[in-house]
Design a protein around this ligand. Sequence first.
Ligand code: PGA
Length: 248
Amino acid sequence: MKYLYVANWKMNISFNESISFCENNSKDLQQLTQNNIQLIICPSFVALASITALLKNSAISIGAQNCSAYESGAYTGEVSVLSLAQIGVTHCIVGHSEQRMYHHETTEQIINKIKLLYKYNITPILCIGETKENFLNNQTFTTLTQQLEPILHAIQQEKHPIIIAYEPVWAIGTGIIPEPEQLTTMFAWLFNLINLSISHNNIPLLYGGSINHQNIASLKRIPHIDGFLIGGASTNFEELKQIITLSH
Ligand code: PGA
């Protein structure tokens, strides 16, 4: 399995900045994807078509940050999975805590999105994670089970791939990351839960939340972590490059 790095640019950089990032660093970006590394860049919707065209001949994959839970129709402001597939998007983030929090994305919608993504051969990157309140009330495992089980059940028979990113909400954008012992426990638990539910698939597990070039080496040592979902730090090419090269 390739080691995965997902660059989630969120709404942190503009259309022009997204294009410049790819144009200015195209050679270096190619080099980063050697040595069994897969890099998936997730720009905002408006930059997706230009960036898939710009990086067409590279090994870099392009992911969307979200998609509609409906196939087509009168859904003002939404972007369909079909349109994403038509422009060459290969991955799509679903269930990100910012969508769950600010747009009340539900498990039912996440399942609909995953099924549509499968229909159009796009790989979902499912994000899960407990809030600080859940964590402080010892509800981490209950929360993650509630988030994961209905989805795992819905895709049990699927042969399509899925990537699962564990992102504690309290670690996102805060500069705080869980202790290595905590992450070791979490990933062993997730690995077992997922493999008990879905036996036919090798599902890559990612960690996300406040990753930077200073903490990547210790994160890389944790068993069952197959890659990383990087937010803020991925919008700076030198930082992203350091994260990837330091962890290999
Ligand atoms: P961060 O975001 O790296 O800026 O903490 C991670 C994410 O939300 O995907």
